[in-house]
Design a protein around this ligand. Structure first.
Ligand code: NAD
Length: 471
């Protein structure tokens, strides 16, 4: 059993004021394998006091100095890649070999923020005004469990680059990679108070962080329900709020697309990380004329994916992140059946050969109508809704008929046609003809998928204020 008894506040590992521990459960075995300390409100106050005290000196550093710290921190993280992958895999079920790539490769993207720090020194003369950038201040960060390191880096890296200080709270399901990150911070001796970490229950600590008088900005990634609440809570003190929330992304496959390639891409895109990807293309829109052909391909691809032990090298689909998440997903599968959608593959039973753990069978519903609950709500599991369409205009209108606007996909005969369709989707991102994920591109949502952007150059914008001096 791994036991983390301390919090990382003001550059030191400190015993919490709070009492008790939160158990970290391996969803493959349902066994507790780690415990982390529960912070309380005194700990949150101490963390914000440290971040506030550190802000004047840290925000006054030159970009070159901050770039140097980021480079050192990157090196300290880089040598912890295996520990990070294992911690994530054990706590939320992503197969280890896949976690090394999709969960941990973001460490490489971290170092790019060293270059981006110099953006802060770009000044602009506008007539008689000098326009400069200044860090927004002390940041409160709250992250979820699905890509816990990626979400940490997406917030912490630009905050360091811009000269902000911060208090971070990970999801209680996946606190371990944040503790490993804090070990790296401690090892390089980052100035004290710049980075502070509290662990414990979101319901207990979240409100205090979001309403904290010392927090100038809140950046939250998680469900739309919690995001809505956070925005309301932060409104009283008019904090800047950056929200990265849920999605229900549509993937339009056109009549003349290479069907085998497109459907296979779409199925694997959803099933990776057991469907717990905010940008997963969970609604597959297929021309009615090619529906049967597409269904046959989708079934074959899904049934060919190896489900099972996250430690096995050939596993593609591990368990859900928790038994609670499994219940939620099974509830949606039942709802789909109740609403008249037909199972092409998968369903409510455990995958073959598995009788415990948070596993759900890769599931594809056919004959789904976009008004069904399973097509409107984010399931956050290995579940695809195949929806037929008759014209491209109808497909675009189905894709946009969602309260969410995080991501989308198109596979068309040519890249130009793909881009033409992509421009008509009201989403923060679109994957065209199987385009790769890009850590240097901005990520964020339209509509109820949030506001603000993370990653890349655009991800810096959330973390600075603009000052104009009239001369
Ligand atoms: P969640 O909203 O339940 O929890 C997210 C975080 O909020 C956790 O750290 C949790 O402890 C904390 N929290 C819980 N109650 C809180 C409260 N009252 N006040 C403040 N914080 C509180 O979300 P989750 O289930 O951990 O994550 C899955 C969700 O995250 C999905 O909806 C997914 O789409 C979304 N997500 C979005 C993006 C994106 O970039 N848009 C990325 C990943 C995940």
């Amino acid at each position: 059993m791994q036991r983390y008894e301390k919090l990382f506040i003001n550059g030191e590992w400190v015993a919490p004021h709070g009492s008790g521990f939160t158990s970290v459960v391996n969803p493959a075995t349902e066994e507790v394998f780690a415990e982390v300390a529960n912070a309380d409100l005194d700990d949150v106050n101490a963390a914000f006091a440290a971040a506030r005290a550190a802000f004047p000196a840290w925000s006054a550093t030159r970009a070159a100095e901050r770039a140097d710290w980021i480079t050192k921190l990157h090196a300290a993280l880089d040598k912890r890649r295996d520990a990070l992958a294992l911690a994530i895999s054990q706590s939320m079920g992503c197969p280890l070999e896949i976690a090394k790539i999709i969960q941990v490769n973001c460490v490489s993207a971290f170092k790019k923020f060293a270059e981006r720090a110099f953006e802060m020194e770009v000044e602009k003369q506008v007539n008689n005004s000098l326009v400069v950038r200044e860090p927004v201040g002390v940041c409160a960060f709250i992250t979820p469990w699905n890509y816990p390191l990626y979400q940490l880096i997406g917030k912490v890296a630009p905050a360091l680059a811009t000269g902000c200080t911060m208090v971070l709270k990970p999801s209680s399901v996946t606190p371990l990679q944040d503790l490993i990150f804090a070990e790296a911070v401690a090892e390089i001796g980052l100035p004290k108070g710049v980075f502070n970490l509290v662990t414990g229950r979101g319901g207990v600590l979240g409100d205090a962080m979001v309403t904290h008088p010392e927090a100038d900005m809140v950046s939250f990634t998680g469900s739309t329900a919690t995001g809505r609440r956070i925005q309301r809570l932060a409104a009283d003190s008019v904090k800047r709020v950056c929200l990265e929330l849920g999605g229900k992304s549509a993937f339009i496959i056109t009549e003349d697309a290479p069907l085998e390639q497109a459907v296979s891409f779409g199925v694997k895109d959803v099933m990776i990380n057991s469907g717990q990807t905010c940008i997963a293309l969970s609604r597959m829109l297929v021309p009615a004329s090619r529906y049967e052909e597409a269904a046959a391909i989708a079934k074959q691809v899904a049934e060919g994916l190896k489900v099972g032990d996250p430690m096995a090298a050939d596993t593609y689909v591990g368990p859900m992140s928790s038994m609670g998440q499994r219940d939620t997903v099974l509830g949606y599968i039942q709802k789909g059946l109740d609403e008249g959608a037909k199972l092409l593959t998968g369903g409510l039973d455990y995958p073959e050969g598995i009788s415990r753990g948070a596993y759900v069978r890769p599931t594809i519903f056919r004959d789904v109508h976009n008004k069904m609950t399973i097509a409107q709500e984010e399931i956050f599991g290995p579940v695809i809704c195949m929806i037929p369409y008759h014209t491209l205009d109808e497909a675009i209108s189905i894709a946009n008929d969602s309260v969410y606007g995080l991501s989308g996909g198109v596979w068309a005969a040519t890249r130009e046609e793909g881009i033409r369709i992509a421009r008509q989707l009201r989403t923060g991102g679109v994957y065209v003809n199987g385009g790769d994920f890009n850590y240097d591109a901005p990520l964020g949502g339209y509509k109820q998928s949030g506001n603000g952007r993370e990653w890349g150059d655009f991800g810096m914008h959330e973390f600075y204020e603009i000052k104009s001096m009239q001369l």
